[in-house]
Design a protein. Sequence first.
Length: 242
Amino acid sequence: MTLPLPIPDPRARRRLEIGLALLADGQPEDAADAIRAAIEIAPGDVEIRYALGQALEAAGGDAAAAYRATLELDPEDRMGAAVRLALIGAAPAPAQLPEAHVRTLFDQYAPRFETSLVDALHYRGPALLRRAVDRIVPEGDFDILDLGCGTGLAGAAFADRRRRLDGIDLSPGMILQAMARRLYDRLEPGEIVAALAEWPERYDLILAADVAVYIGDLAPLFAGVRAVLRPGGWFALTAESQ
């Protein structure tokens, strides 16, 4: 169950804004003081607790305590406090990014996702997948499942080779953007590994553009993909080098 975040207190928000501005200006100690003042007004505000961790991390203070307090307030971890704890060496690295954190990020990002990714960053993941699939199977149509479909960039790249096109994405905001393309036969919000375990359809081609980076242990993903691939089917995914 997803718990609602508290309604922001405008007085606390103002102090948070001052703190974040100080942090951006390279004054983490003063930022931490301003954010502590915000916490006194709104002690249950998860975003403010997380911001204190950021300020203390920059100042060399006890950021771990602030991030743990964030997790206590929001066990689903929409802010990604568990990741910050791991990065500062205060906790083991999680097996994958918290679902609630990824969902929150991409729900917020959905309206400007394509502008930022394609226009600004010149993202080519779907085009690279299309090129690879065309090289291996140059002709014919597929029943396609698009994992982490986002706004539908990969679906659009394979639109002329689809018999059927389905998509899964953790972010409902992204699903709404993909629906607007009118390319997909079925779109479902959900965590992809869990969804694959119960998915009723079978496919000739499964796509995962810029998905693996958000998953730690890839073995469950590959097992789930294998279960819904037809014999002789293909799994096309992108990965990142370090």
